[in-house]
Design a protein around this ligand. Structure first.
Ligand SMILES: Cc1ncc(COP(=O)(O)O)c(C=O)c1O
Length: 472
């Protein structure tokens, strides 16, 4: 196998894949039955005989890409996964081949330096005090800190572990106390409830915060919820706010929520996995007004920052709480050594960790902050335009004006018709939408991730939904 000639084969195939996708020359999704894919890819044969290189590699890639979901297709409007910038994909290649498992500095100084820089760049956007270089750490005042992790779900878990260590420092040795409570709106991403499960809190420890008709926390009702927690003889561990929520993409009012949390001495965790990227935009930054009041924030680069999967940041206003989240012994990793950099391993669930910062940094450095901010503003504006258009149609409804790039809407028929239309669009290969239940009714859901999706695409998509609901 020659790395250079095979990588040329791979880049040519990928270049064609992206161009065909952008020009809508292929279906956005193709879902052959899995048994036919296993056969078409000759998975048994290649595994048995080896030698997947050169022409065989080219043929294999053609098969592979034929059933790859085309995020670069402008009809891709479904899940909150970045349409990756090629610079980020190249960074993934560099990371893949160097394989610098950089959770300890000696396993990837460049990758660790980039992670350190990326975290501080994010911390600066939040408005917190950046982490000093280790050489200045002793004389430095308390500061923020963070770590990059493999996804927002793991990031939420890590942040809540830090919250637990602040509220119940004895938990690591003695186990999670049975009297802790987590306050969260029902709109929270399911990874929050999962984190509570993994932490051993139990689902009974999750108190649902009162929300308005759009699912946003009602700040005035937080103290009533806290009273209930305390009446149940529980200690509040953290309150989770959304920035933004997964289904509707709406932001909790962080300043009001954060002020109450400060008054009550309550840990505020902001799940900004999707929406924290609005911090880059002067136009939309106000959606996160008050975020600096949070104790922890999760921010995914692999959602709204064109970064290939995965790159999620856990950011803490006071870095010491993140250092308290985990305690472990491993004589082969944790020992005295010359340390010209920083180890992140103390702050992560992972032991082996990819150089996640590089894939985001490559995108940032290719587009520049302005380019990234323009992209975010464009996608948010598209959601607003789509909402205005759909709201004006007599046979559609979209009751919740979007704040981010996510829009839920429905054709005014049955719940089943929404699912039928979605399946038909996917089968046709023209558009890929997701779907969600909003206030008990099935909706279609568009997440405008693709920088090539335009209002023309939205209009065509609506026409097809209408066609399919008339002639299923
Ligand atoms: C608000 C929110 N938090 C967390 C997550 C989970 O992130 P990940 O998919 O990176 O694990 C999501 C995913 O969509 C999300 O929308």
């Amino acid at each position: 196998m020659s790395f250079l000639s095979d990588s040329r084969i791979v880049s040519r195939a990928l270049d064609r894949f992206v161009r065909d996708s952008v020009r809508r020359r292929a279906r956005v999704v193709t879902q052959p039955p899995i048994e036919s894919l296993v056969a078409a890819l000759d998975l048994d044969g290649h595994a048995r005989h080896g030698g997947l290189t050169g022409r065989r590699l080219a043929a294999f890639l053609d098969q592979y890409l034929a059933a790859a979901t085309r995020l670069h297709h402008p009809g891709y409007m479904s899940h909150q996964v970045a349409v990756p910038h090629p610079a980020g994909a190249l960074a993934s290649l560099v990371d893949g081949l160097t394989n610098n498992a950089m959770a300890i500095y000696e396993m990837g100084p460049s990758a660790a330096a980039i992670e350190f820089w990326v975290l501080n760049w994010m911390i600066d956007k939040v408005g917190w005090t950046p982490t000093p270089f280790p050489r200045d750490a002793e004389s430095a005042p308390p500061h923020a800190g963070g770590v990059l992790t493999h996804g927002g779900s793991l990031a939420n878990l890590t942040a809540l572990l830090a919250a637990r260590s602040a509220v119940a420092p004895e938990a690591w040795e003695r186990g999670t106390p049975t009297d802790l409570a987590l306050l969260a709106p029902s709109e929270s991403h399911y990874s929050v409830a999962r984190a509570a499960g993994i932490l051993g809190l139990g689902s009974a420890a999750i108190y649902s915060l009162d929300v308005d008709s759009a699912g946003r926390i009602i700040p005035d009702r937080i103290t009533a919820c806290l009273r209930k927690v305390r009446a149940d003889n529980r200690r509040p561990m953290a309150l989770v706010a959304n920035a933004c929520s997964t289904v509707l993409g709406l932001y909790d009012r962080l300043r009001e929520v954060g002020t109450i949390c400060r008054e009550q001495g309550l840990w505020l965790h902001v799940d900004g996995a999707h929406g924290a990227s609005a911090l880059l935009s002067t136009r939309y930054r106000s959606l996160l007004d008050g975020v600096e009041l949070a104790d922890s924030l999760v921010w995914d680069a692999h959602k709204l920052m064109r970064t290939p999967t995965l790159c999620a940041a856990v950011l803490l206003r006071d870095a010491r709480h993140l250092d308290g989240a985990f305690k472990q012994e491993a004589s082969y990793l944790f020992h005295d050594k010359a340390q010209p950099g920083v180890d992140f391993i103390h702050r992560t669930v992972e032991c082996t960790k990819a150089g996640l910062g590089l894939r985001f940094y490559a995108v940032l450095a290719a587009l520049g902050e302005k380019g990234l901010s323009d992209y975010i503003e464009r996608q948010f504006a598209l959601a607003r335009d789509a909402h205005a258009y759909i709201s004006g149609l007599p046979d559609f409804e979209s009751p919740f004006p979007p704040e981010a790039n996510i829009l839920c809407f429905r054709i005014c028929t049955s719940d089943a018709a929404q699912l039928t239309a979605r399946d038909a669009l996917i089968a046709e290969g023209s558009f890929h939408l997701s779907t969600a239940e909003v206030r008990g009714r099935r909706c279609l859901r568009a997440a405008f991730m693709n920088p090539d999706t335009s209002m023309d695409d939205v209009r065509r998509m609506i026409e097809r939904v209408r066609d399919f609901s008339r002639n299923p």
